[in-house]
Design a protein around this ligand. Structure first.
Ligand SMILES: [Zn+2]
Length: 232
């Protein structure tokens, strides 16, 4: 037991095994186990004035991504949400106004997710099937509300937090995404923030690197379909 604890307390870079990519909670997805070089890029908190520029880059590469949008932003930029769908992007639910669902009741969570689903359906004519809780914060109540709304709970691979919304320089964003990348990873970006200038430069580099390494970008739902196909 003492030995096990010692290993757990070693800094990540001293451990021989690859870094842990996610948790164990049933009903929550951090990444997907697959031998295939598939990766799901995800963007939170939009749509925003930055989103069309991100979409233009993804379109130029022909790569899909998943956008976890806020209901409050979707009503401000409905045309951008429609364009996401038109370009083959997946639109997921990120709550109406970025509340911490884990600090609210089941009823409040359920109503928020339903309201956001209705807004997105009104814009895109389709209901989301995936959601990402703001702050990555969840508990049994959140999972129950998501399940009742028909939404799968998607977080991101712990090794794949680009930090793109908090003044990480271009090379830093690229390194954070590429350093530990494995097939089945879900990569975290934001398409809202004060300065996504570095993101607009990093994204083409990342997409080029992914292609050179034989990775293919898929939506989160496509990645999940892969998982169920490989499950016993
Ligand atoms: Zn968010």
């Amino acid at each position: 037991m003492a030995l096990v604890l010692l290993v757990l307390w070693l800094p990540a870079e001293l451990q021989a095994s690859p870094p842990t990519r996610g948790g164990q909670t049933p009903g929550v997805t951090w990444y997907v186990k697959t031998p295939q070089r598939l990766v799901a890029l995800t963007f939170n908190d939009g749509p925003s004035p930055w989103t069309p520029r991100i979409l233009a880059i993804l379109k130029a590469f022909g790569d899909p991504a998943t956008f976890f949008v806020l209901g409050s932003q979707a009503v401000k930029f409905p045309a951008v949400v429609r364009r996401e769908v038109l370009l083959g992007m997946e639109v997921g639910n990120h709550t109406y106004g970025h509340i911490n669902l884990a600090q609210h009741s089941f009823g409040q969570d359920y109503r928020d997710l339903q309201e956001t689903n209705q807004i997105l359906n009104g814009i895109t004519n389709t209901f989301p099937t995936v959601m990402r809780p703001p702050y990555g914060a969840y508990n049994a109540t959140v999972l129950h509300a998501a399940s009742k709304t028909g939404l799968r709970v998607i977080l991101w691979s712990w090794t794949e937090n680009s930090g793109n919304w908090k003044n990480v320089p271009v090379a830093g964003i690229v390194a954070r995404v590429m350093r530990h990348l494995q097939g089945g990873d879900i990569v975290l970006f934001h398409d809202a923030g004060n300065n996504l200038g570095p993101t607009l430069k990093a994204l083409p580099i990342i997409l080029k690197d992914l292609r050179a390494l034989g990775y293919r970008c898929v939506t989160v739902s496509d990645l999940l379909n892969k998982m169920s196909r490989h499950s016993p």
